[in-house]
Design a protein around this ligand. Structure first.
Ligand SMILES: Cc1cc2nc3c(=O)[nH]c(=O)nc-3n(C[C@H](O)[C@H](O)[C@H](O)COP(=O)(O)O)c2cc1C
Length: 173
């Protein structure tokens, strides 16, 4: 079946090289707003979305993420924006809620000609003392747990083709 939205889903690819140019504020606002319309368990809206453009914190979050991996690369591939999704651990669906938010934002960004990639290890970062110190600095509650992040920006190169979908991905009963 042909449909613009279905085609958008199929053409989104993880982007691992970004141009340094900033993301226009209207585009960033639209991506963030799309995140807030994700479904959440019980309608609790457990996630909190943290958009980082300030170079100081952009650098700090990259350092903390790389520290979890035990190296000093930029895990966000030079993207000008890093969007963290944390969620209130008291909601039993906090991981699923945050994941829906992340996917909404990735698709919205793609619709606007921006690139994204999900970047992991936010759980470890915000369970650590350094992550909790950042939460205090940002005046956010320490009950928030990291779910994931996306790097956001203009792709520096063409996206590749998706991997073939595995056999038996779909089972019809
Ligand atoms: C839960 C999750 C964690 C991921 N973590 C990373 C990551 O830390 N770094 C990275 O470059 N890509 C990460 N990815 C992106 C996947 O590698 C990517 O989605 C996958 O290879 C399929 O490629 P596609 O997104 O282009 O379809 C992650 C994706 C998911 C869903």
């Amino acid at each position: 079946m042909e449909n613009n939205f279905l085609s958008l889903i199929k053409t989104r690819r993880s982007v691992r090289a970004y141009k340094p140019q900033p993301v226009p504020s209207e585009a960033l606002d639209a991506v963030l707003e799309a995140g807030t319309y994700a479904p959440t368990g019980g309608g609790r809206q457990s996630p909190t979305i943290i958009a980082i453009t300030d170079p100081k914190y952009r650098q700090e979050i990259a350092r903390l993420n790389a520290e979890v991996m035990g190296n000093n690369t930029d895990p966000y591939y030079g993207a000008p924006v890093v969007i963290l999704v944390l969620a209130d651990g008291s909601a039993n669906t906090f991981v699923e809620d945050g994941s829906c938010v992340l996917e909404n934002m990735m698709l919205a960004a793609h619709a606007l000609g921006l690139g994204t990639v999900w970047v992991h290890r936010e759980r470890e970062i915000f369970d650590s003392e350094s992550g909790k110190a950042l939460l205090r600095e940002w005046k956010l509650p320490e009950t928030l747990h990291g779910v994931g992040a996306i790097a956001l920006g203009y792709p520096a190169k063409e996206a590749g083709q998706p991997a073939a979908r595995k056999q038996n991905y779909i089972v019809r009963i």
